[in-house]
Design a binder for this molecule. Structure first.
Ligand code: TYD
Ligand code: MG
Length: 458
């Protein structure tokens, strides 16, 4: 009977189907169901039959070398990798079309090849001439980089077999295909199949394979999402179209920290490193402006100052407008509700606009207090001092909670010339940020009093 010899499994969620279907009913993924041979079940499971190999167990305290690393020489990039690229690793570089993935990949490969590494750039999207033009624009035309336009993975593996390469860039994985699969390039099965072959090549040969993948509107890498668990490192390239800066973020890293970011600026000669991002996101003003607050955030291991702007205006609408750029709208609703309920501020009759200046996107709950301060300041038209920073998390009861790395936040602010800070009350906070005027706040009500009462200084 057919059911005994094969089954139909969704490669996305693992659901089993009685027959082949175009779309998995369990997870809704298209074209993810494939036929697999059923495991031959011997009576008694694995017992009897073949003999297995006996494993030697080791201890955790064995001598293992840290992985060797190849630094690209682009400091912001190496920071995201955790000190450089690890030979034999596979990495996925995801991002919106046009964000700069090909540019950063070409810059990294050219740098490494100039430093003596054997690097190959395989483009499935652009012709060799186009890549050459780009290299000329980046001032990298002299780099000894191997260049080819190719999409057939078999051809690629065969061409690479007779040389020792250090880095292979595949631009992009959606254009690659295996000729033994029926589906078109870019489909889940082609992306998975091609990815698997290339990753196997990386492991077997000790080459670094960088797979570039485009993402869809909803922020998911279409197709390459299935590669995320197969590769060692997943990087996302983020940025706003209208802004020059680009953020490279490690969301998975088997050889280094995650959540580490590298900051770049897109210029007319490629991506430049931004070693001091706080300066990029802060537009230093000398006057106090109501509704504007500087938030001291942490991105990965690095403190970063950002400006949060709020505008609270009486609403003519039955349902007031809430517009947020660069922060979570659910989180804004929560802060507004707490201000309304716990502090008696009439936010419900007002339109609220919130913006993180510079186009950056904040993910930390530590920004709650800064957002609250911006909202109160705009509502009351009372500015906070322009040389002050704010951070802290707000709870539903209106309490202000301590956040991690307070010291790093304060010292970054001090380095950039800020003189005062509104921070959560913390029993271990003594000695932190010496030299700065600190104002510790235990609940949101005190922040309201502070902004109403005086200019926010102690
Ligand atoms: P690209 O690296 O091709 O993006 P991706 O590979 O992610 O699709 O980047 C293309 C964009 O970057 C394009 O809009 C032009 C811009 N750009 C510059 O502004 N300066 C440059 O030096 C280069 C090479 C590109
Ligand atoms: Mg590209």
């Amino acid at each position: 009977m057919a059911a005994d010899t094969s089954r139909f499994i969704c490669q996305s969620c693992g659901a089993e189907h009685r027959k082949w279907v175009g779309r998995c009913e369990t997870c809704g993924e298209w074209n993810s169901v494939t036929e697999e041979a059923a495991a031959k079940s011997a009576p008694g499971g694995l017992k009897g039959k073949k003999k297995g190999r006996r494993l030697e167990f080791e201890t955790l305290t064995g001598a293992s070398e840290p992985p060797p690393r190849m630094a690209s020489g682009i400091a912001e990039l190496d920071r995201v990798f955790g000190g450089g690229l690890v030979p034999g690793s596979a990495l996925l570089l995801g991002g919106d079309p046009g964000i700069g993935k090909s540019t950063i990949a070409l810059q990294a490969a050219a740098r490494l090849s100039k430093a003596g590494a054997n690097c190959v750039y395989l483009s499935g999207e652009e012709a060799v001439d186009q890549v050459r033009l780009r290299a000329r624009r980046l001032g990298l035309e002299n780099a000894p980089l191997g260049l080819a336009a190719a999409t057939n993975v078999r051809d690629i593996i065969v061409s690479l077999a007779d040389q020792k390469t250090d880095l292979v860039v595949i631009d992009s994985i959606q254009t690659m295909f295996l000729d033994n699969l029926d589906s078109a390039p870019g489909t889940v099965s082609q992306v998975r199949g091609a990815g698997q072959e290339l990753i196997r090549y990386a492991k077997d040969s000790g080459t670094i394979v960088m797979l570039i993948g485009h993402v869809t509107k909803d922020g998911q890498i279409a197709g390459p999402k299935v590669l995320e668990h197969m590769v060692d490192t997943v990087l996302y390239f983020e940025g706003e179209r209208g802004h020059q800066f680009r953020i490279l973020r490690a969301v998975k890293n088997r050889f280094g920290p995650t959540d580490e970011i590298g900051v770049f600026e897109m210029t007319d000669h490629g991506l430049d490193e931004v070693p001091n991002p706080s300066a990029l996101f802060l537009d230093r003003r000398d006057a106090d402006v109501a509704g504007t607050v500087v938030f001291a955030g942490i991105e990965g291991s690095r403190p970063m100052l950002m400006e949060i702007q709020a505008l609270v205006a009486p609403s003519a609408l039955g349902t007031p407008r809430r517009a947020v750029v660069g922060w979570d709208s659910g989180r804004l609703a929560m802060v507004l509700a707490v201000l309304d309920t716990r502090c008696g501020l009439a936010m419900s009759g007002h339109d609220v606009y919130l913006n993180v200046a510079g186009g950056f996107s904040i993910r930390e709950p530590a920004a709650d207090l800064a957002v609250a301060a911006a909202l109160i300041s705009s509502l009351t038209a009372k500015p906070l001092p322009h040389d002050g920073i704010v951070f802290g998390e707000v709870g539903l009861a209106g309490e202000v909670r301590p956040v991690s790395q307070a010291e790093a936040r304060l010292s970054e602010a001090q380095k950039l010339g800020f003189a005062s800070a509104i921070v959560p009350t913390h029993k271990n906070a003594k000695g932190v940020g010496s030299g700065m005027g600190l104002r510790a706040i235990g609940e949101l009500g005190s922040l309201v009093d502070l902004i109403y009462g005086n200019d926010g200084r102690e």
